[in-house]
Design a protein around this ligand. Structure first.
Ligand code: ADP
Length: 666
């Protein structure tokens, strides 16, 4: 067994690996970029080495620098986590050359499985069922077009080196094919440095069911059941669960055995995932991931095993701890991926400081894997995942209930998150009824992504009381500090006997002004929102973080976070954002948006799709922006004429930069 390992990663997965290593009595070395100097994974590790500036190409992808860090610290093995260098055969061989154990599969297995095309050719030979398609080396348009016609529409174009849903395009008709191939190749080239593609029949309503396999260096191989990752957005997993619901046991066994056969066909060692699409009782290999997966915790929850421990033991040469018949499962687990992203803006990654980050309490039923703490920054440099929320219970219904409750308890302020979207999925009747396939989110889009609703009166009442009580506390503080503590000007409490004392406040709720009047009452307040019947609030208390009150007799607790004039109210899964309309502060913000279009995030202009002088409709695509290795379409918010273009293809843009100007009609 190793005395010391280095974790060549960051964030939650680095923390996750450190936790197991510590439990096994193994010392840990973290690596970090300059931007991550105070990150959670650095704090958790026994030692830490800075490996370069923030961009991943200068730090977390620098295999040479990481190996030098291992040498300097005397780490005997490297755990690559997922992403970054985890499926990089070149890095695995550099480790071997440096005499450091790579905690992962053999180099050749990584190489073969790293190519979706090559792995499919090999799987066909091992009698593993495949989706009908074209996995050949020839890439000219004539060949690809002829193959697509042979397969029949719809066809899926995939980057052969792909991962994370990048470089993937669905083509429904011949006319769209050439553009889709060009787009997929462009994205693949940028993300993986390899633009070869493969074609597959696009299945109508498949489920994504993947098998966790494990092999050792003694010829043993087992499967640790499956995970259902059908709930996806743009081919990326959003919620995963284990076991796959409504999967017949006989099929579970056949898929498990096929997965072990697939692993053995490449002399696999360590943890791997064999991914299948499952439709109408048939299953088809799509790829094998030669690493620990993001969603491995759901497997751990139902099997009671620690997959990182298995990885480390196998890498140290030990046999697998269990034989197939000894592997058992119990109950049901879900994992939801909590991201800093804005579902209302097509899930653009959000960046900013985590002003408030309070996960639900961990227990036998709730696990939180995270790499950030309150006060940390989510930056544009790395994946914007905040945490993985994992829940377990005896059966699917009970586990789903746990998921809904835990999501409702999550408090994140400072960056926009997908927590409401995750809650909407977890609460959807079709999800509960296991009516799931990879089209689930698209099919239920309208219900899962409702247009932003006005803040309810109750929310405005809570906001108004929080504002007043906060002022009250500030005044008290000032009074304590002031020379004349008895000055009547310093009196904070608005309530006077025999007087309907009231206070008027105005909030900005998106574009709408929302006036609120608070009447002071001996036992609390009556709050009028836009002249509607007053809400009665009693027993009101605000400790600077949470406001508690009985609202019309119902006890309520809401977290309230102030950022200047902005305030966020969180309660029971709802997140309400308001801005206090303070006339003095307003003048500073005069620069309204009008017809200007700004970059939602930092990136590179891939293509400009319009010319100056061109008239456009609302929704006309204007520009292709590449950010986070994905293409984003900038669309016209309303009809008008393009008057100015500020950027051309190839230009870098920073967040908030004005991209172009559209002058509206009339
Ligand atoms: P990546 O490596 O980029 O994640 P995968 O090959 O693993 O790509 O596929 C990711 C997802 O894309 C699958 O889970 C599934 O939802 C969808 N997908 C892949 N192949 C097909 C197909 N042939 N038909 C329908 N959907 C597919």
């Amino acid at each position: 067994m190793f005395d010391k390992i280095l974790i060549a990663n960051r964030g939650e997965i680095s923390c996750r690996v450190i936790k197991t290593a510590r439990r096994l009595g193994i010392r840990t070395v973290a690596v970090h970029s300059e931007a991550d100097a105070r990150a959670r994974h650095v704090e958790m590790a026994d030692e830490a080495v800075c490996i370069g500036p923030a961009p991943v190409g200068d730090s977390y992808l620098r295999g040479d620098v990481i190996l030098e860090a291992a040498r300097r610290t005397g780490a005997e093995a490297i755990h690559p986590g997922y992403g970054f260098l985890s499926e990089n055969a070149g890095f695995a061989s550099a480790c071997a050359a440096a005499g450091v154990v790579f905690i992962g599969p053999p180099i050749e297995a990584i190489r073969v499985m790293g190519s979706k095309a090559e792995s499919k050719r090999l799987m066909a030979g091992a009698d593993v069922p495949l989706v009908p398609g074209y996995h050949g080396a020839a890439q000219d348009m004539d060949v690809l077009t002829a193959e697509a016609e042979r397969i029949g529409w719809p066809v899926l174009v995939k980057a052969s080196a792909g991962g994370g849903g990048k470089g993937m395009r669905v083509v429904r008709a011949a006319g769209e094919f050439a553009d889709a191939v060009a787009g997929a190749k462009r994205e693949a080239k940028a993300a993986f440095g390899d633009d070869s593609v493969l074609l597959e029949k696009y299945l109508g309503r498949p489920r994504h069911v993947e098998i966790q396999v494990f092999c050792d260096t003694h010829g043993n191989g087992v499967y640790l059941f499956e995970r259902d990752c059908s709930v996806q957005r743009r081919h990326q997993k959003v919620i995963e669960e284990a076991p796959a619901p409504a999967l017949p046991d006989e099929l579970r066994k056949r898929m498990g055995e096929a997965a072990v056969a697939a692993a053995k066909a490449v002399n696999y060692v360590g943890a791997g995932t064999v991914e299948f699409l499952y439709e109408d009782g048939g299953f088809y290999f799509i790829e094998m991931n030669t690493r620990l997966q993001v969603e491995h915790p759901v497997t751990e929850m139902i099997t009671g095993l620690d997959l990182v421990e298995w990885q480390i033991r196998v890498a140290a040469g030990a046999p697998l701890p269990l034989r197939q018949e000894q592997v058992t499962r119990r109950g049901h687990a879900f994992e939801a991926r909590l991201y800093a992203e804005d579902p209302q803006r097509d899930f653009l990654p959000a960046i900013g400081r985590l002003l408030r980050l309070r996960p639900p309490a961990e227990s036998a039923h709730v696990r939180v894997d995270t790499g950030v703490r309150e006060g940390d920054e989510v930056t544009m440099f790395y994946d914007p995942m905040i945490a993985k929320l994992i829940v377990w219970d005896e059966d699917r219904d009970a586990a789903l209930r746990r998921l809904r409750v835990a999501l409702g308890q999550y408090e994140v302020v400072g960056v926009t998150t997908n927590v409401g979207f995750l809650g909407a999925i977890a609460g959807h009747p079709a999800f509960k009824a296991v009516e799931i396939d990879t089209g689930f989110i698209e099919r239920h889009r309208a219900e899962l992504l409702p247009p932003p609703a006005p803040v309810p009166d109750r929310g405005l009442a809570l906001a108004a009381m929080a504002v007043l009580l906060r002022r009250d506390a500030e005044t008290r503080k000032a009074r304590r500090a002031a020379s004349d503590p008895h000055s009547p000007w310093m009196t904070a409490n608005g309530w006077r006997l025999n007087d309907d004392n009231h206070h008027d406040l105005r909030f900005q709720d998106g574009e709408t002004a929302r006036p609120v009047t608070l009447h002071f009452r001996p036992d609390g307040y009556e709050v009028e929102v836009e002249g509607r019947a007053a809400i009665r609030a009693t027993g009101v208390a605000f400790d600077g973080e949470s406001l508690t009150a009985s609202i019309d007799g119902l006890r309520t607790r809401a977290a309230v976070v102030f950022q200047g004039l902005d305030l966020t109210i969180l309660g029971d899964g709802a997140v309400w954002r308001l801005r206090l309309d303070d006339p003095t502060a307003r003048a500073a913000e005069q620069d309204g948006g009008g017809g200007r279009l700004t970059a939602p995030m930092p990136g590179t202009v891939v293509r400009v799709l319009v010319e100056a002088g061109q008239t456009v409709e609302a929704g006309t695509p204007l520009m292709l922006l590449e950010a986070m290795k994905m293409e984003h379409v900038i669309k016209a918010p309303s009809a008008g004429t393009v008057t100015t273009l500020h950027f051309a293809a190839g230009d870098q843009v920073s967040e908030g930069a004005e991209l172009l100007v559209i002058e509206g009609e009339g």
